[in-house]
Design a binder for this molecule. Structure first.
Ligand code: FAD
Ligand code: MG
Length: 349
């Protein structure tokens, strides 16, 4: 697929409008007397909370308001549970314990944490290390949104001794995680929100939701349909001009994840320093402005959006085609590169 030199106008917002509660099934257009099927109604309820350092916005569709509210409550409880388990902002979390034990001892973790790390290391292998959860020491060095300073090459070289993801040892039998070197730090900022969205969808289904749109910052997990039976239109962010819709994707059962250099960054001497680091240089990756991945699973969509952002349009598009991912890659020059799985689906608003 050659890059399509389109002026970029992709906007960041959820182009979701919420159907009015209640819908009736369509009349049948036949000569027989119309048999009006009993109206099946669904209810739409939405709720937002600040969790995992970001706004989580969930819309639930269910047969009744009580069922929709129950699904929302179960969904947010699941996010809090996973945040306590995975957040390296929480000292008592499993991942914080793994990081503290680096170079000393393996730490036994829950099945979910082990599952997340297994997927993350697989994406690292598939992206040739472009996606790398051992990146923690460099992420802490940059602290892009807080420090707003460019680390020295010496500081980066020192951090570079601790970012080899091959030194993350997973023991499936014991469910333990061991970081071989003191100073290593796992960081799941690039995959943990997608993983959470995936788990929330399963919990909401079990609690009565027939459809939902789960938005954990730029990581969306969609299932089922809206109350009026239509699919969920989702927009993609323009990396340089927010609020301008080039296209929407009509979505029902899939995940849509966007990684971009336009929210967590600072400018210094005209250079944009953002939070998605190239593990080869430990500096902000320079080949893309944003990457949107559409996949069947939100964990994969989140991890590959970050990894393909680092790989760039040529290697990233080739990987997306090989893995049959939907990909909309905005390269450094603002050109749109779209994978086959997505090419027919980008709809103009
Ligand atoms: P993506 O674009 O998906 O990936 C960028 C993030 O991934 C970076 O911020 C970095 O963490 C990491 N990363 C950078 N380069 C790479 C690379 N090459 N490979 C792999 N990963 C890379 N933020 C807060 O400010 N406060 C909190 O309390 C907080 N709690 C959190 C709890 C959890 C469980 C998780 C998963 C995240 C939490 N965050 C918190 C981080 C925040 O929510 C986002 O994860 C972060 O801002 C980046 O989101 P993003 O979608 O832009 O990341
Ligand atoms: Mg990501």
């Amino acid at each position: 697929m050659q890059p399509v030199p389109l002026p970029l106008a992709m906007a960041a917002c959820l182009a979701c409008t919420f159907a009015l509660p209640g819908c009736t099934s369509p009349q049948r257009a036949t000569s027989e007397p119309a048999v009006v099927a009993p109206a099946t109604t669904s209810v739409t309820q939405t709720r937002a909370q600040y969790l995992m350092g970001t706004i989580v916005d969930i819309t639930a569709v269910a047969p009744t308001e009580a069922a929709a509210q129950a699904a929302l409550t179960a969904g947010f409880e699941e996010i809090r549970r996973l945040e306590q388990m995975l957040s390296t902002w929480i000292d008592t979390s499993e991942l914080s314990q793994v990081n503290r034990a680096a170079g000393h001892s393996p730490v036994q973790v829950s099945a979910e944490t082990f599952e997340l790390l297994t997927i993350a290391l697989d994406i690292a292998a598939q992206t040739d290390g472009a996606f790398n959860i051992a990146i923690g020491p460099a992420v802490r060095l940059w602290r892009v949104t807080e420090a707003q300073r460019v680390p020295s090459d010496i500081e980066l070289a020192i951090a570079g001794q601790y970012v080899d993801y091959h030194m993350i040892q997973l023991n499936p039998a014991e469910k333990t995680v061991y970081l071989e070197k003191p100073g290593m730090q796992i960081d799941v900022g690039g995959i943990g929100k997608g993983f959470t969205a995936e788990k929330v969808a399963a919990v909401m289904r079990r609690n009565g939701a027939t459809g939902a749109l789960i938005a954990v910052s730029g990581d969306f997990r969609i299932f089922g349909r809206r109350a009026d039976g239509s699919s969920w239109p989702v927009g993609i962010q323009h990396p340089r001009k927010p609020g301008h819709l080039l296209a929407t994707i009509d979505s029902t059962d899939e995940a849509v994840s966007t990684s971009g250099d336009y929210e967590r960054f600072f400018l210094k001497d005209g250079v944009r320093y953002h939070h998605i680091l190239d593990p080869a240089t430990l500096k902000p990756a320079r080949l893309c402005q944003s990457v949107t991945i559409v996949a069947d699973n939100a964990t994969l969509a989140d991890g590959y959006a970050t990894g393909i952002f680092v790989l760039g349009p040529v290697r990233g598009l080739a990987l997306a085609e090989r893995l049959r991912l939907g990909a909309a890659i905005v390269d450094a020059d603002g050109r749109l590169n779209v994978s086959n799985r997505l090419a027919q689906r980008l709809k103009s608003p």
